[in-house]
Unconditional design. Sequence first.
Lengths: 201, 190, 200
Amino acid sequence: MRIVKEFGKGFTTHLAPFRLVLGLCPVLAVTTTVANGIGMGLAATFVLICSNVMVSLLRRLIPGKVRIACFIVLIASFVVIVELVMKAFFFGLSQSLGIFIPLIVVNCVILGRAEAFAARNPVHLAAADGLGIGLGFTLSLALIGAIREVLGQGTFLGHGVFGPGFEPFAFLAQAPGAFVALGVLLFVMNAYDRFRSRMRA
Amino acid sequence: MDLILLAINAILVKNILLMQYLGNCPFLGTSKRMETALGMGMAVIFTLTLATTITWVVHRAVLVPFKLQYMQTIAFILVIAALVQFVEIFMKKTLPALYLSLGIFLPLITTNCAVFGAALLSVKNDYDFVHMVVFAMASATGFALALVLFAGLRERFRVAHIPGALQDTAIGLITAGLMSLAFLGFKGMT
Amino acid sequence: MRDILRMVLVLTAICLLSAFSLTALNEGLAGQIAKQQRDNVQVPRAREVLGETPADFAERYFEIEVDGVSWAVFPRVEGGRCSAIALESTGRGGYAGDVKVIAGVDLESGAILGVRVTQSSETPGIGSRVAEPSYLRVYRGRPLKGTAFSLRAEGGDIEAVSGATRTSAAVVDGVRRAAEFVLAHRDEIVRRALGGQAGS
């Protein structure tokens, strides 16, 4: 089933931000805790799905020359919707994510998928693509957030994990730790890929 | 005096790229060679300062008086997109060599989180005009600085022996992390 | 020609559709957003300056408009009396912009209960020291009528944080405006507070 395939690739070949190396800014900034990572991931997923669906619906109407401008207006609109809803109902999360919510507009993943996929495919496939990549992104954010929160603060979703004697790697909770954590994860993934292809050969 | 403090803060202590995480996509993409990094850095300094100034004016002159702050995101990104378009056209006519060497990276400045982020930050921090301009130029300089430093390091990687899985982006990120650690040492300076 | 027309039309249509939906959404959510902002930013600060507050403190919030300026007031109403209020005031003249403060006023003794800074973009480091409760204690107990709300350097009663004169001046300006407002409109404030209507 094509729709399942389009959905599934968001977790494998098109996993953001590891395989689909885009949208790095929020990844580094909001993954200080799992909760923030998931919050950002879901917000971005919402925007991605909506923008993919909209772009797909309007794909025959939007003239080629102004398509990027149109995509940007559409994406920005959904981002503003997310901003308003968050400020109204999820104040704490909107404060922790701060300017990275409006920054979803320039998240290359969303613009990239609109241009590369949604503009050339029917609505149901565009929606599946959006959902898959969005959820894959959320999963990645949660994973990085988990590593940084558990090792960097000693908590998981706010609950203490280790005993009181645990000295957290404060390094991970701050900027440098984010870069290094992402780099190491990427290294592990690449190494695994190479190992697998060598096994197959 | 406080302007100098503001500038140092923006360039070093709260470096927009290494500490505020803004502008990472072009960071990893254009830092492989020194010339591209320098060109990108210059282009960002120019567009970021201009974009922040214009969006600041739009915010104060249009959004606030008409209570349209919620439209901030859309208004700002449209200003930036239009600005980059004009810069492209202008550069094509007056500085064709630079235009060609920047290539696709020029339009990509539209989606540069650093530009949009700086515009958002200067409004969020409620700076007045002079502080805003200093903040913008300093932030962009910080970005360019980090970019150029990083490019210098990466050029060395070409002749270093790096295990396959670490190559390219992975080692790039870890190096950026170490640079960020170095910049963390500036904390407490102001 | 037709192409350009089509481009303009489509882009305009999308912009209009977007503007329309967003405005509608904003209208719908504005009240909720303002409430969240109040409950999470102003109310905790107001509680800090007033000390003990009754359970329905947050609901008693109201706004008074005077000369085109809207004042946010958080009254402490207990046993049918309004004993104190916290109000948000904007102080001008900071280094990099205005400074928002919350001043707590004891209406019975006519003195300041406390001051907190809610929003400031001053230079980090020394500038932010002005927001620390240990400095802001300098306002505690100052009578509204007798105090000269300006800096010592200008002949007033309030010391500045050394090295952060302009920021301190902005805070003093905010407190001064709040004091003047309370002195001028005390009865109106008490009347509105006891009227018991929540919201603006």
